[in-house]
Structure formats: C-alpha cells, structure tokens
Design a protein around this ligand. Structure first.
Ligand SMILES: *[C@@H]1O[C@H](CO)[C@@H](O)[C@H](O)[C@H]1NC(C)=O
Ligand SMILES: *[C@@H]1O[C@H](CO)[C@@H](O)[C@H](O)[C@H]1NC(C)=O
Ligand SMILES: *[C@@H]1O[C@H](CO)[C@@H](O)[C@H](O)[C@H]1NC(C)=O
Ligand SMILES: *[C@@H]1O[C@H](CO)[C@@H](O)[C@H](O)[C@H]1NC(C)=O
Ligand SMILES: *[C@@H]1O[C@H](CO)[C@@H](O)[C@H](O)[C@H]1NC(C)=O
Length: 216
C-alpha cells in the first residue's frame, strides 16, 4: 500500500518537460574574450541588425565566445565575416567554419547545433582559429528539462490523492475480507451447532426407537 503510494509520487515528479531557452547575445551570461561591439535595434542602425536575430540583438567580435548552460542541447547562429572559427562543446570540436575556404566576400552563415547531450552542465566555445577572424553572433538557445511548477504541484497532489484513494480502497478490501471471513466462520459455527443439535435429537429418537442414524 505504502509502496504504491511512493511509486505514484515518483511517477509524477519524474515527468519533466524539455523547453528551449533563448538567450540574448548581449546577455552578461555570455563571455566575450576579445573586442566586442554589442548592439540592439535601438543602439545600432536597423540596417545592421541581422534577420532572425533574437530580440534584435547582435554582437560583433574578434575573440572567443563562451557560454555555459545546464541542459541537453545547444543551438546558435553566427555569420563569420572573416577568417575561420572552431565550435567546441565540452572540449570537443563539433564544427568549424572557414570564410576563406568558402571563397565568399562577405560572411559565411554558420548554424551551430548539438543535441542529445547528457542532461547537465555544458560549455559552448566559439573559438577563432585565425588572427583576423571577425564574427557576428546573433542567436543562441539551449534546451533544458524543466519540471514545471504546475506539474510539480499537480504531481504531488495527484500522488497524495492517488495514495489516499489506494489506502481507502485497500482498507475497504481488508474490512470486506475480514467481514466475509467472520460471516463464513459464524455460519460454519452455526451449522456445526445445528448439526450437533439435530444429531443429538436423532440420537435420542434413535435410542427410543432402537435405530441409529449417521450425523449429516
Ligand atoms: C529547440 O530549438 C531547436 C532549434 O530551433 C529545435 O530543433 C528543437 O526541436 C527545439 N526543442 C524544443 C524542445 O522545443
Ligand atoms: C531585449 O533587449 C532589451 C534592450 O534592448 C533588454 O532590456 C531586454 O532584457 C532584452 N530581452 C531579453 C529577453 O533578453
Ligand atoms: C581576413 O582574414 C585573413 C586571414 O584569414 C586576413 O589575411 C585578412 O587581412 C582579413 N581581412 C580583414 C578585413 O580583417
Ligand atoms: C581555411 O581555408 C583556407 C583555404 O582553403 C586554408 O588555407 C586554411 O588553412 C583554412 N583554415 C582553417 C583554420 O581551416
Ligand atoms: C541556418 O538556419 C537558417 C534557419 O534556421 C536557414 O535559413 C539557413 O539556410 C541555415 N544556414 C545554413 C548554412 O545551414
């Protein structure tokens, strides 16, 4: 009974949702190691704001970009204006972009994507691999599992109510079984007594008539 109560409670708590969190590239949570120019729609000419930039923010930098997060996936977008860069997650290179190799005059679009990470703390590092690299960073989001407050409360309430219902059901079953057993036992006793009385009567009668009868 207690065990099913605990199982119900755990089932409710384990249910977590995956949610994407978008981070403004000008957020202090992002560490820019080199020179950086950060702009918002209201501080830069709108012409400079890249299409698809979250919150109309962007960061133009010559140095590395580092971001730590707790979750299962990371996605980012940048435009490599010059040079080359390496995308490193937890110390391993997952991608690299090279503007020279692409042979384009202005910007290589880079979509960074790393999913299926173990749920935990991870680090994304966007590292320039040439002296004169120049990057325009405009999108960053990560996936994290969040046991929402509502589902938490709901789960606990569900677990508690489920536990109470189960407890009451088990109590009823136990009471019912006990009552049945008592009734059966009482009936058995009654029939034994009845049988004894009947056979005693028969015995007496039999004794008078000189005949014997087996008890039922
Ligand atoms: C998060 O965003 C990425 C990229 O846009 C998408 O592929 C992924 O399905 C999203 N995940 C969730 C849980 O919304
Ligand atoms: C969007 O940018 C504004 C400044 O332009 C800032 O105050 C706000 O916090 C940003 N929103 C998010 C979600 O980062
Ligand atoms: C672009 O990078 C190359 C090396 O990758 C460098 O020679 C060149 O000067 C850079 N251009 C600018 C405008 O920084
Ligand atoms: C980028 O591409 C150019 C031309 O293909 C090559 O010379 C250079 O070594 C590459 N740089 C990196 C870091 O891969
Ligand atoms: C990057 O993703 C955007 C939309 O998310 C898409 O329009 C663009 O073509 C992608 N670029 C590359 C180089 O894959």
């Amino acid at each position: 009974m207690q065990r099913s109560f605990i199982v119900l409670l755990c089932l409710g708590l384990v249910r977590a949702m995956l949610r994407n969190h978008t981070v403004d590239v000008t957020s202090p949570d992002i560490h820019y190691a080199g020179d950086v120019m950060q702009c918002h729609a209201n501080s830069c000419s709108p012409r400079f704001v890249t299409e698809g930039a979250f919150n109309e923010s962007e960061a133009i930098t010559t140095g590395s970009i580092a971001f730590s997060f707790t979750g299962t996936a990371i996605y980012a977008s940048l435009s490599l204006i010059n040079g080359s860069c390496s995308i490193i997650v937890d110390g391993y290179e997952i991608q690299s972009f090279n503007q020279t190799a692409a042979g384009v005059l202005f910007g290589v679009e880079g979509n960074i994507s790393q999913s299926n990470l173990a749920d935990g703390l991870h680090t994304l590092l966007i590292d320039p691999t040439t002296e004169s690299s120049l990057m325009l960073f405009y999108n960053l989001l990560y996936t994290a599992s969040v046991p929402t407050k509502e589902s938490h409360v709901g789960a606990i309430a569900g677990g508690v109510i489920g536990g109470i219902v189960l407890t009451i059901a088990a109590l009823f079953l136990a009471l019912f079984a006990r009552r049945r057993k008592l009734i059966i036992r009482r009936n058995q006793r009654k029939s034994t007594v009845l049988r004894a009385i009947t056979s005693a009567r028969h015995d007496r009668k039999g004794g008078e008539e000189g005949a014997t009868e087996l008890p039922m």
